[in-house]
Design a protein around this ligand. Structure first.
Ligand code: PLP
Length: 316
């Protein structure tokens, strides 16, 4: 072996440490099962977790399947964790994990502060980056603050499935994951073949365009007025005023603009009595598409349809 070789023999230090799975929920299940074997204490979850007839609950299903004890921490109407309430729960000593969802690919809280608070109580943090494949385009990326991070491939690029996790602790044994916890080769190839950075820049551009229209559509209020530099929102979440979310949702679909409402239904464990802010968001949120298939040519007509539909819905 020479002192300076012709080519590198090992780039181990540069490896991404991603472990690829069929979905973010499988990644989460793997982490929860491993943590539960190591420690009997539970997990703290944010009180904004959805449920759908077709997909179940991407967050809560693995919690249930792992049988780990759990409790919910409060969030406000911008889905920001209530750190004072969270600290009370951390202080109880009943939890080994705190789950932090970066809703719509954006940090809702100072992530460093959140992680530092959990560390003070010896609680590990799982970042849920299911809504941001890159974790951002500049600066410290989401997914690198906590102890573990889970990601969903199919939410950001056009695959049928796919996810991965990152173990920032370097302690999780993933060599013996069962076959059904491994990503399919076709999804992996599609992931490798997609220029995620360029498509993320397009997504960000579309977010900025749609968010820009809203300054003159007062019936729709942007959920987040400022997005941090480098963040790439999954879509454009707005709060629809006057309880017209449902109407607007269906009228847009009639005009072939397909929004979502993340999450229109919360898991029943998150009750309106205990978590009124979560239920306010759930009842009024609408997520306008900003994905990277929307090109410049689509935006003009998209804006026109949105304005027409809003005028129609709010005229009655
Ligand atoms: C915040 C969040 N985390 C995790 C998941 C699960 O993602 P996947 O469909 O890749 O399992 C979802 C979606 O269901 C989600 O919205």
């Amino acid at each position: 072996m020479g002192f300076i070789e012709k080519e590198s023999k090992s780039l181990l230090q540069y490896r991404s440490r991603r472990v690829f799975t069929p979905s973010a929920r499988t990644a989460m299940l793997h982490i929860l099962q491993a943590r539960r074997r190591a420690d009997t204490r539970g997990i703290l979850l944010p009180s904004y977790i959805g449920l759908s007839n077709t997909e179940g609950s991407g967050v809560f299903d693995p919690v249930r399947a792992s049988a780990i004890d759990h409790a919910f921490y409060r969030v406000d109407q911008q889905l920001r964790p209530d750190l004072t309430a969270l600290e009370e729960q951390l202080r109880s000593g009943a939890f080994q994990l705190a789950f932090l969802i970066h809703y719509f690919g954006l940090p809702q809280v100072d992530v460093e502060q959140f992680v530092a608070l959990c560390r003070r109580y010896d609680v590990l943090v799982i970042e849920d980056c299911a809504h941001t494949l890159l974790g951002g385009l500049e600066g410290v990326r989401l997914g690198s603050y906590g102890d573990y991070a889970i990601f969903s491939i199919h939410k950001s690029i056009a695959t049928m499935d796919g996810g991965f996790f990152i173990d920032n602790t370097g302690t999780l044994d993933s060599t013996s994951m069962p076959a059904e916890f491994h990503i399919s080769m076709s999804t992996l190839v599609e992931f490798a073949d997609t220029d995620i950075e360029t498509s993320s820049r397009r997504r960000l551009h579309n977010y900025q365009a749609v968010a820009g229209w809203l300054s003159s559509i007062p019936q729709l209020q942007l959920m987040f007025n400022n997005i941090p530099a480098g963040a790439v929102p999954l879509n454009c979440p707005v709060i629809v005023s006057q309880g017209k979310r449902e109407q607007l949702y269906f009228k847009l679909i009639e005009r072939e603009v397909m929004p979502t409402a993340l999450y229109h239904t919360l898991i029943p464990e998150i009750t309106p009595e205990c978590f009124p802010h979560s239920h306010f968001v759930s009842a009024n949120i609408l997520n306008l598409p900003t994905h990277a298939d929307i090109g410049e040519a689509h935006l003009v007509r998209y804006e026109q349809i949105l304005r027409e539909v809003v005028s129609e819905v709010f005229a009655t």
